[in-house]
Ligand binder design. Structure first.
Ligand SMILES: Cc1ncc(COP(=O)(O)O)c(C=O)c1O
Length: 412
């Protein structure tokens, strides 16, 4: 029977957590801070819960240099939809923001029930029909799923696949198309990309040049899924309108998703359009629980949030800050880069045995996807590799069911 210390776990998510954090969390489950009550038994509305949320927000902001004009939200989903929840939430909220902006352009200061202004409504409807687009950069299975969700909610005419990596790579993921080939819309509600494609082992090397804001600071509305590479490198937060990530890979336990959103997309600057207006425009009405403004207004406590999940994320962040003070995420980045280099070097030293799947220029530093090809019998070689690696305490190396091969999350 192996013990924790015998195992090096490479599973992408849920991923392994620091043992001392789990030990502390186990104690807190029974009795939090000598209150005689476990942390998961305290009210989510208690001052103690508010402290845990506020501290985790502050520490995340410190780790990632999140500016004050960004809000941090802890949100929930369920089962396999934590981020899939965000695939939908991004659509609802940023389409809502786009409609709010167009409404202002068309209605000006005209107030009252939209039904009282049929001509203006008609004009707005035309703007929606002609111009409402979401741009997706499809570089792997997670951005593909996000684009499918956008299409399900809005219909294909509003979805622009600005780039699809499979089109230039023989039908398979593994590259990022050259930016000169991206077909971005003029005024997209948002441009979406997945910074690190967990399943396909593809990571954006940096912020895309064509999405850079102009000298006036204005640029496209950019939303990114950073579920699998958050806290592994410094992020130019100001270039994003929103970033989201499930906690279960690099931050904590399954059960909570973090959204970092620019406050200019929240009241009082932008409010989501009324239900009546969205019905007139035949656009989807967001479930209240997915409305960023509702979650922000309630400091993430619109409904019962798992404070235990936020607590564990908070302990991981504290540990990161204590370990790497004062360099914060830059120091974690150096560790991540080094680990990735070691693994890629080891794999590349044996080209007759291993084959790395993605293109070298866009290889992920956190999910290393490779095949074991020794002797040409890939299935048998991979089975043997997994058996041998498990026997040596290296677990969670099996690739995603959709891709096969090996796959490792090397951040902890
Ligand atoms: C990059 C990325 N986005 C989204 C998801 C979806 O997460 P969930 O299964 O919690 O919906 C994953 C899960 O592995 C992921 O790696």
């Amino acid at each position: 029977m192996p013990s924790r210390s015998d195992i090096t776990h490479f599973g992408a998510g849920p991923a392994s957590l620091p043992t001392d954090v789990l030990e502390e969390a186990a104690k807190a489950l029974l009795d939090y801070n000598a209150t005689g009550l476990g942390i998961a038994e305290h009210s989510h509305r208690s001052p103690l819960a508010a402290d845990i949320i506020n501290q985790a927000k502050a520490d995340l902001a410190t780790c990632l240099d999140i500016p004050d004009d960004y809000e941090i939200l802890f949100m929930q989903g369920g089962g396999t939809v934590y981020d899939s929840g965000q695939f939908s939430a991004a659509v609802y909220n940023f389409v809502g923001a786009w409609v709010a902006r167009k409404h202002k352009e068309v209605f000006g200061d005209t107030q009252g029930d939209p039904a009282d202004h049929p001509e203006l409504i008609q004009q707005l409807k035309q703007a929606v029909d002609n111009d409402l687009r979401i741009d997706y950069l499809v570089t792997g299975s997670w951005s593909q799923k996000a684009s499918a969700e956008g299409e399900r909610l809005l219909g294909s005419k509003h979805i622009n696949i600005a780039a699809d990596a499979r089109k230039t790579n023989g039908g398979k993921f593994g590259t990022i198309p050259d930016e000169s080939n991206w077909k971005l819309s003029k005024d997209a509600a948002f441009v979406y990309f997945c910074d690190n494609e967990t399943v396909d082992g593809v990571e954006f090397p940096g912020f895309p040049k064509s999405l850079e804001p102009g000298p006036d600071g204005n640029g496209p509305v950019v939303v990114a899924d950073m579920s699998s590479n958050i806290l592994t490198r410094k992020i130019p937060v100001r270039k994003f309108s929103a970033i989201f990530f499930g906690a279960q890979k690099n931050l904590g336990l399954t059960g909570v998703t973090v959204v970092v959103i620019r406050k200019s997309f929240l009241p009082p600057i932008i409010s989501q359009p009324s239900v009546a207006l969205m019905r007139h425009l035949a656009l989807p009405i967001p479930p209240v629980i997915f409305q960023y403004e509702t979650i922000a207004k309630n400091n993430s406590l619109y409904n019962t949030l798992s404070i235990f999940d936020v607590y564990v994320a908070g302990r991981v962040l504290k540990k990161l800050l204590q370990t790497y003070n004062p360099n914060k995420v830059e120091a974690q980045q150096a560790v991540t880069d080094k680990k990735a280099q070691l693994i890629y070097d080891a794999i590349e030293a044996f080209p007759e045995v291993y084959k790395i799947i993605p293109n070298a220029a866009v290889r992920s530093r956190v999910n290393i996807c490779f095949r074991v090809t020794k002797g040409g019998e890939v299935d048998a070689a991979e089975k043997a590799f997994l058996q041998e690696s498990t026997a040596q305490g290296l677990t969670g190396l099996k690739g995603h069911r959709s891709l096969g091969g090996m796959h490792s999350q090397n951040v902890s």
